[in-house]
Each structure stands twice: as C-alpha cells, then as structure tokens.
Design a protein. Structure first.
Length: 229
C-alpha cells in the first residue's frame, strides 16, 4: 500500500512539473548545434526565380521560354524552391490586364502584357542577411508578338541570366547573384507590310515632285541670252 502511494505521488509530481513548463518550450523541437533555426531562412535551401501566368482566377506555372499572347498577365517570384518544384507563386492580389494596361488593343506587330514581380518573403525566402526590395514591380510592357516570358520581364526590370538562360537576378536581387549576362528587353516590332510600303512610296513621290519643281524653277530663271544659246 505504501509503495502504491509513493508511485502515485511520483506520477503526480512529474505531471505538475511538465505542465509548469512554458508553452514555447513544449512546442519547439530541439535545435542541433550549427543547424538551421526553425522559422528562419535555411542558408542551404535552393532559391530561384519562377515564372507564372494568370488564367484570370489563379497563377499557373509557366515556362520562361513560352510566348504569352496579347492581353496576358505574367508574374515572377523569388522563393525557396524545393528540388523538382516551381517555388511559390506571386503573392498579393491577382492583377488584371485591364487595370494595368487599359482597354486599348495592341498595335499591329506587337503585343501588350501586364508584368508583376514579387521579390519574395524577407524572412522565409531571402538568403540570410539579404533584404529584398520593399516594393515589387507592376508594369504594362510591349514587345514583338513572339517575345518570351523572360524577355517581357526584361522590359519591366533589369534582368540577368546564367549560361543556361535561367533568370538569376531581377533589379539586382538577390545581391549575391552578380554573374551572368544582362537580358535584352522585348522591343516592339518595326512597322512592315502595306503601311510601311505606303510610307516609303509617299516619300519617293515627294522626292520626285521636289526635284521636278527645282528643274522647272531653273528653266524659268534662265536669261534670254542663255535661251538663244
């Protein structure tokens, strides 16, 4: 009987000591020396820029080499990207093409696309010690009809790519990515076809008329003696 009493008392004291611990101590897992701190950015995690395209209601993963049509909304996001995954989609409210680019249609030979850039979460996505820009990018850009998602991004911000063509930095972020080459923007296509031919033909006709007027003026200003010669 005395032994059972002692066991019961020991269990009660152990339970009281366990319940007296603060809640954070109960919830936090043990941290190995030199290991990542829970909730902080993992210095060894893979980070990358990923491309997205809006279907009007949500973001869908996109290929940087794709050529989105006129009226598209594309997004880019820097985030931790587990191997084989595309990373996180741009945060915030999903932008609409009409609100960014207006309702005017694209001119012949080029397209207009709304581009948004999310630099990611400063705590979860940024490299330790790095700080993303305070504001993202939201712009309407124009480019040739075959302009890719990556080149349209280069029309909205400064973009650097590695030797494989992967985007490694946007507007100088992240700071550690200083290599690679700058990607040229998607310039609108030059006018061609009938409008261009009409302009060229009109310029040629104007030149002929000007030359004819000069010749006629010279003939009228000749003196009688020059005419008899």
């Amino acid at each position: 009987m005395l032994r059972a009493y002692r066991v019961a008392a020991g269990v009660a004291l152990g339970a009281a000591a366990f319940l007296s611990l603060p809640l954070p101590a109960l919830a936090a897992p043990p941290v190995a020396p030199g290991g990542p701190v829970p909730g902080a950015a993992d210095p060894g995690a893979t980070r990358s820029w990923s491309a997205w395209r809006s279907d009007g209601t949500a973001w869908l993963a996109a290929d940087p080499a794709d050529s989105p049509p006129d009226g598209s909304v594309i997004g880019w996001r820097f985030s931790v990207s587990p191997e084989g995954a595309a990373g996180d989609s741009p945060g915030g409210e999903l932008p609409s093409f009409a609100s960014v680019c207006g309702r005017d249609t694209a001119a012949s030979g080029h397209k207009r696309v709304a581009v948004t850039v999310d630099f990611g979460d400063g705590d979860a996505d940024a490299y330790p010690g790095d700080q993303p820009p305070s504001q993202g990018v939201l712009r309407c850009v124009a480019g040739a009809e075959d302009a890719t998602t990556a080149r349209l991004l280069a029309s909205a911000a400064q973009v650097r790519v590695n030797d494989r063509g992967d985007v490694v930095s946007v507007s100088g972020y992240p700071m550690r990515e200083r290599g690679g080459t700058e990607l040229t923007a998607a310039a609108p296509a030059a006018p061609d076809g009938p409008p261009g031919l009409l302009i060229a033909g009109g310029a040629g006709a104007l030149a002929l008329l000007t030359a004819g007027a000069v010749v006629a003026t010279r003939r009228r200003t000749r003196t009688p003696a020059e005419t008899r010669r």
